[in-house]
Design a protein. Sequence first.
Length: 494
Amino acid sequence: MIPLKRRKITRTESNQDETCTFSHVSIFILERKMGASRRAFLKRLARSKGFLIKEKYSSAVTHVVSENNSGDDVQAWLDNQSGGDTSTSLQLLDISWFTESMEAGRPVTVQDKHRLKVNPKPNGDAKVFTMKSYACQRRTPLKHQNVFLTEALEILAENAEFSKNEGRSVAFTRAASVLKALPHRVYSMDELKCLPCLGEHSQRVIKEILEDGTSREVESTRQSEQFQAMKALTGIFGVGVRTADRWLREGLRSPSDLIQTGQPLNRAQQAGVQYYNDLQKPVTKAEAEVISDIVQEAVHAVLLGAEIQLMGGFKRGKDVGHDVDFLITHPEEGKEEGLIAKIINWLEEKGLLLYQQTSRNSYLEKMDGPARPRSNMDRFEKCFSIFKLQRSAESTGSEAERSVNQSETSSWRAVRVDLVVSPYSQFAFATLGWTGSKLFERELRRWAGQEKHMSLSSHALYDSNQKCYLRAQTEEEIFAYLGLEFIPPCERNA
Ligand code: CTP
Ligand code: MN
Ligand code: MN
């Protein structure tokens, strides 16, 4: 005998098909982004007005109603349900059609304003895409169509980094990077079959987002107090995961907690706390250009004939960055020695520096040897600094705006700047090493070691087969030594 409860439900459902007033309209309400309780409420409301509401999606459904979803999202969900075989007469509708129908007490005529817009898929053949497994073998543009997935995977990567689980962090970063290299938006798990670096965990997260619009694990991570505190604390210049984690365990959550409890801070961290708000604000391309001009002037004032290159994210075509990176050299090797100190003096005399920490060049090929360095940090003469950048008239905003935002009232802002000096003979390697992205660099070194039995750093390339250093004057030569196709900086956004 069927238990009472189940019998009751079965009856209401099967009866509905026969008893509803508008049997030509068979509605399915999508739970995605709506939630179970609102969906249940809408179902009850519609049924009470004689509408036919389907519990499950099937080919019998004529109208799919959703709330806060784009047409592409709904189509992706449908493709997942039906293996990409949905009827062309199926109506994908916004909740507005449903609400109007409820008010009218009958299904209102579907108009364009009710329809969700579905963009045509790039082309049927591109659905299954194969891809090389090292990020340095692929072209990764800055803009791609899978931000809704990569952003989620990167939250998990960041969280793993906060837990000092590097392997896990790199795995999520690699998975995100694969999706960045795809030339189209992902609609279904089928399209991912032939892709590398997508581990079981990453796939689970992707599947959940494709089906439900969000991943519970990602959202609970994002909201967690621990994640937010680690993000705030590691966001302070001079603070790494280790220190942030110690502070977290002592109950500290934010830069202001550090001030209030009088934590002992080193010089970098003091500057980090002092300029926290400014350093949190992204540096714009326009600001990077102003700083470029200043650095050019400084370098040429102290060493004629020096060459300066903008590096990092801006070289890869980014519109904003967390800092501005420069690489400096001189064609006559030896002339560059001690250059940083001179540049810093010039900048300090002009009152352009808020903070600087300089390190000397400590790389010696003979001493360092070809062994892969323990840390990936290079040993160039360099300076991690904070510039005092005068704001232009436009960027300080109107009087009204200025009175709203306190930190905008100042006539200057703090900007992180990295200056690196390379001997001319290492310049190609330094250029490759300071262009990024971080994952691209990591993958280049992994490729060199695992696939070519070579050791790559920002100083040199050592070939363990031939037991010799390979000299290069251009990045193209280094890619060629490594047996890789040359990837231009704008496609290294792995
Ligand atoms: N780098 C390095 N050694 C460091 C710091 C950075 O070799 N001590 C390299 C990184 O590998 C990266 C480049 O310098 O390739 C730029 O690093 P960074 O400024 O941290 O990142 P960007 O890619 O420029 O990103 P953003 O725009 O946020 O600054
Ligand atoms: Mn940078
Ligand atoms: Mn940098």
